[in-house]
Design a protein around this ligand. Structure first.
Ligand code: FES
Ligand SMILES: [Fe+2]
Length: 464
């Protein structure tokens, strides 16, 4: 008989072959769990702190706020990024004030001066001034007086930090996702817009709402007019991907699991345009590009009636690629196999989601809000490849969760998250039952989270 067994602090039950079947809701609801994350999760994982474009010049810095920690990320030399705990080694004043929990602080400095007693540090974190140093009678040395360093590395144009001095490399942490996604060259994309909100749900509840397309039929039924939304999902190490799982094998093609794909309907010239337009206009101009939509609109003029779907997609992408090239946006070469494997959207453990196209990406990051398990800092931003020098100037904008600010599709997602958070508190809720095919990313997320929350750190081997 299948007797579910519980493992550790994070309450996952496994079936008889050891596959996670369900998990309790304490990870989403418990204040104690949120406190434990401060010790067992956040100080032990690589976290995306920002993008290289946030700090283009020497001296540019921002702080990354996570739970009770604040990290200063600074460009200390043209080709060097450093990260430090935002705390003065003298008596512990936060070195840079961070009035906003989302934005922390940012600016440009030649060094950091503590506001309490004036200790001063250069961009490399070395102490350069201590008032009345002789009072210590020689007992102050560099390890005692310099800033506490934090590991920092970059991938895809993002800057990542890790507070654990013994951590594995960023590349090792991200693999195999990094190798599958390298070809998209996210480092050549730039912000198109960026928004955030304090949202009334746990950070995991909110993140999970964007991990799987299984919810499309129930939450975004308008999309069913335009495409097939049956999804697969797959764990890759600590991370996971989902994509569209075309039931009709005759439709199999490199793009079929991605966002830029053929539409559903008798005339693929028309339906492909409708799908691309819907993705673009209702997902806050982030899940496609103007180039792709305009090229799709021309399909009906450029191709004869009866053109097979595969040819419609081939023509569409080739003409969009040519249009972009003419304005100085060069598409990266991505092999059909790589494209298929990259699918639709990735979850990078612990708290980053990326829905990618060849020339754009829609990204999410979610963090806890204070000590409240029912709130999170929810952020979303769009990246796109722009002609050099034509990148828009953007800032983080606080945006209430309305259709006007976020687009009608994200608002449909927002309309679930809060109610999942409330619903999971019901005495009648027996624990989540994620779909093993379509919601494997959610399952894998909890499996990896359980490993950290049980004090085991990164899981060594995953039977994926
Ligand atoms: S706490 Fe920073 S100089 Fe004293
Ligand atoms: Fe959604």
């Amino acid at each position: 008989m299948n007797v579910p067994r519980k493992i550790g602090f994070h309450n996952i039950t496994l079936d008889e072959v050891g596959k996670p079947l369900t998990y309790g809701s304490e990870a989403h609801l418990s204040r104690e769990y949120l406190q434990k994350e401060k010790e067992l999760l956040w100080p032990r994982v690589w976290q995306m702190a920002g993008r290289l474009e946030d700090i283009p010049k020497v001296g540019d810095f921002f702080t990354y706020e996570i739970a009770d920690d604040s990290i200063i990320v600074v460009r200390s030399a043209p080709d060097r990024i450093k990260a430090f705990h935002n705390v003065c080694p003298h008596r512990g004043r936060r070195l840079v004030n961070t009035p906003c929990e989302r934005n922390g602080a940012c600016g440009t400095k030649r060094g950091f001066v503590c506001g309490f007693h004036g200790w001063t540090f250069d961009l490399e974190g070395r102490n350069t001034y201590i008032l009345d140093r002789q009072d210590w009678q020689g007992s102050l040395n560099e390890p005692r007086t310099s800033l506490s360093e934090v590991k920092v590395d970059t991938w895809g144009g993002w800057i990542w930090i890790n507070m654990d001095p013994e951590c594995m490399s960023l590349r090792e942490f991200l693999e195999p996702a990094a190798s599958i996604l390298d070809a998209f060259q996210f480092e050549k994309m730039r912000y198109k817009w960026r928004q955030w909100v304090v949202y009334p749900a746990n950070w995991k509840t909110s993140l999970e709402a964007f991990m799987e397309p299984y919810h499309v039929a129930g939450t975004h039924p308008q999309f069913l007019k335009y495409g097939q939304y049956y999804a697969y999902s797959k764990a890759y190490g600590m991370h996971g991907v989902s994509g569209f799982d075309e039931r009709d094998k005759s439709m199999q093609m490199a793009q079929s699991s991605s966002i830029s794909r053929v539409g559903l309907g008798p005339d693929p010239r028309i339906s492909t345009y409708e799908l691309a337009r819907e993705n673009y206009e209702t997902v806050n101009f982030a899940a496609s590009t103007e180039t792709l939509v305009k090229a799709a609109k021309r399909l009906v003029d450029e191709l004869p009636d009866g053109t097979p779907a595969q040819e419609v997609v081939r023509h569409w992408l080739a003409s969009a690629k040519a249009d972009d090239a003419a304005r100085g946006v060069i598409w990266p070469e991505i092999s059909p196999q790589n494209m298929r494997e990259a699918g639709l959207a990735w979850s990078l453990f612990p708290n980053q989601n990326i829905l990618q196209g060849v020339t754009f990406a829609l990204c999410y990051r979610v963090r806890p809000h204070g000590d409240d398990p029912d709130k999170c800092i929810f952020e979303s931003y769009a990246l796109e490849r722009f002609p050099e020098g034509q990148e828009p100037k953007t800032e983080w904008v606080y945006a209430e969760p309305t259709a006007e600010k976020w687009g009608s599709v994200l608002v449909q997602d927002f309309s679930n998250m809060e109610w999942v958070q409330k619903g999971m508190k019901s005495h009648g809720f027996r624990g989540s039952l994620p779909n093993p095919h379509q919601e494997q990313k959610v399952i894998n997320f909890h499996r990896v989270l359980a490993s950290y929350m049980q004090g085991r750190g990164a899981p060594k081997l995953l039977d994926t």
